[in-house]
Design a protein around this ligand. Sequence first.
Ligand SMILES: Nc1ncnc2c1ncn2[C@@H]1O[C@H](COP(=O)(O)OP(=O)(O)OP(=O)(O)O)[C@@H](O)[C@H]1O
Ligand SMILES: [Mg+2]
Length: 274
Amino acid sequence: MSTPDSAPPLESARRTIGPVLLEMSNISLSFGGVRALTNISFDVRTHEIRAIIGPNGAGKSSMLNVINGVYTPQAGRVTLHGVERRRMRPHEAAAQGIARTFQNIALFKGMTVLDNIMTGRNTKMRTNLLQNALYLGACRREELANRQRVEEVIDFLEIQHIRKTPVGRLPYGLQKRVELGRALAAEPVLLLLDEPMAGMNVEEKQDMCRFILDVNEQFGTTIVLIEHDMGVVMDISDRVVVLDYGKKIGDGSPDQIRSSQDVIDAYLGVAHAN
Ligand SMILES: Nc1ncnc2c1ncn2[C@@H]1O[C@H](COP(=O)(O)OP(=O)(O)OP(=O)(O)O)[C@@H](O)[C@H]1O
Ligand SMILES: [Mg+2]
């Protein structure tokens, strides 16, 4: 892996943060007359938990959609592993090790927890349909590896007891956990979480926080997290980007962000939705 950044590693309270993994440079994105993102630059370092915060409509989800190739910005550069991206489709982002969860849960409600998490393995499947139909050796080995990874994820997220339950029957907090499981099944290098704790009660939030930290520490996964709960953001993030009306108004450690007057004026000082 090339390491375009020669800056010294950041020390976090928990572990060492590595070189730049993802670099967003001068990104601008509009929808007709709506400027969702205006000339935004920031980077994400290996093994970091990087938060994106800001008021409703600030452009946070749009930024995740640029990172994983759903939207192609009108201007700017996206560089992953030191390689600048040309136009990209979401499945290519997945193949490069980017996985995500969505602001509104995106699961197959009629399917079981196990089958939903299994869909996260799609990008890992290399054998083709004919091989699958004939159930050749490579396909069998692949199937076993997929099953094993999915079982590991289920154990890790402590959801063995609901593995055969249709997702639609689960309470909201557990559905969010299953969605995290689907993303983890892909063994992502970079995990994008769009409001993973929205709508949760305190206990569910604590559980989700612990899983995010464990994913980061045990699997070494780099995480970009959008979240409105400032207690959570300031607790678990290494660095925070603040967006407001599509512009970047802050970027730094939780302490720097907490004491930034611009950020206080635009976001922290006012009540905001969960
Ligand atoms: N597909 C789209 N078509 C048109 N406008 C869009 C689209 N996606 C986002 N926008 C607009 O871009 C702006 C940023 O939206 P975005 O969803 O990125 O904000 P957000 O920070 O995620 O907000 P929230 O906290 O409410 O989730 C908004 O004005 C939104 O209406
Ligand atoms: Mg959003």
